[in-house]
Design a protein around this ligand. Structure first.
Ligand code: NAP
Length: 307
């Protein structure tokens, strides 16, 4: 482990909890969680940074309740739009590197192919607008930064669509799932591993920082599917593993499942830039899914041994 001080915000979340493990070999981790730091209070962010004086600040905290954000736009903007700019100011003052996570929801989904980092954003939801404001606030400060835009995050723990659908599959004989939104389910563990791989290339002792590589990078698991395709895959794996019968799956259109926030029909992000710049190749989403399901099975086995 090096002496580099790495401050993580949002370490109780899906991505943040994986980062805590994956970055531990790179330096000394300081993790400050809500409510000790409250992103709606800029002074509490400044204080957390000033106390630890980190060389790297990794921000995995966000207001992620996409539908609720429609009725809480001020809070969502404070956490997602304003707080990242405050962190960026602190990073610039210290000469630190900031790593931040953003989303496919900054795009409107009307492009026929995968989105590039240079494509114009046009968010459809309050959440997307606030996340875009965060990206722009960081860019405006001009600190050394990596903004990693990802999509459809899930993992063995936390709040995510896969765990919700697995729970519903226990309770219902039939699940109706959207089949006209396209994207890449991305495991929180893969995001954290890729972040660690990138940081290992730029942190001391051997390395000299970002050297002109600051900016936005798309970072998702490879391949693509729909929510229906994703659900079909993890329910089939569950049946293979333990014989649990899958409920009947019905493919529906997003318009048949109206929600407060509009989602893009196309969430596909091209990850060529992160591959070319840092040599990061994310696994295919189906391989990542196998790893996540294996982690869940190991967790269940360990709990039953302990119990
Ligand atoms: N989830 C997705 O599908 C998805 C897709 C694309 C991009 N992203 C982006 O990826 C990043 C990580 O997402 P995630 O899924 O890991 O999020 P998550 O599981 O919802 O975790 C969010 C974290 O932010 C913290 N937080 C919330 N409000 C806060 C506040 N006011 N002050 C300080 N901390 C606060 C939470 O603390 P508590 O646990 O105490 O609430 C939690 O630690 C975010 O930037 C998100 O926008 C997510």
């Amino acid at each position: 482990m090096g002496n580099t001080k790495i401050l993580i915000f949002g370490s109780s979340g899906q991505v943040g909890s994986e980062l805590r493990h994956k970055l531990a070999c790179l330096g000394q981790i300081a993790a400050v969680e809500y409510p000790r730091v409250d992103f709606s209070q800029p002074d509490s962010i400044r204080e957390s940074v000033r106390v630890s004086e980190p060389a790297v600040i990794v921000n995995a905290a966000a207001y992620t309740a996409v539908d609720k954000a429609e009725s809480e736009p001020e809070l969502a903007m404070a956490v997602n739009g304003i707080a990242p700019g405050v962190i960026a100011e602190e990073a610039k003052r210290l000469g630190s590197i900031m790593v931040h996570f953003s989303t496919d929801y900054v795009f409107d989904g009307t492009k026929p192919g995968p989105y590039l980092e240079t494509d114009s954003p046009n968010p459809l939801s309050v959440y997307g607008k606030t996340k875009l404001a965060g990206d722009q606030a960081i860019a405006a400060v001009g600190c050394e930064s990596l903004i990693l835009r990802t999509s459809w995050v899930y993992g063995a723990r936390g709040n995510n669509c896969m765990l919700t659908m697995l729970r519903l599959a226990e309770e219902r004989d039939e699940l109706r799932i959207v089949d006209d939104q396209h994207g890449a389910p991305t495991s929180s563990e893969c995001i954290a591993q890729a972040t660690a791989d990138i940081l290992a290339q730029i942190l001391p002792p051997a390395k000299g920082g970002l050297e002109g590589r600051s900016g936005i990078y798309h970072l998702t698991n490879a391949g693509e599917t729909t929510w229906f395709g994703f659900a079909k895959a993890f329910l089939a794996r569950r049946t293979e593993a333990d014989g649990t019968a899958a409920p009947n799956l019905v493919a529906i259109k997003a318009s048949q499942y109206p929600r407060p926030a509009k989602r893009p029909a196309n969430s596909r992000l091209s990850c060529q830039r992160v591959q070319e710049t840092f040599g990061v190749r994310m696994p295919h989403w189906e391989d990542a899914l196998s790893l996540v399901l294996e982690t869940m099975r190991r967790g269940t086995r360990q709990n039953s041994v302990k119990g």
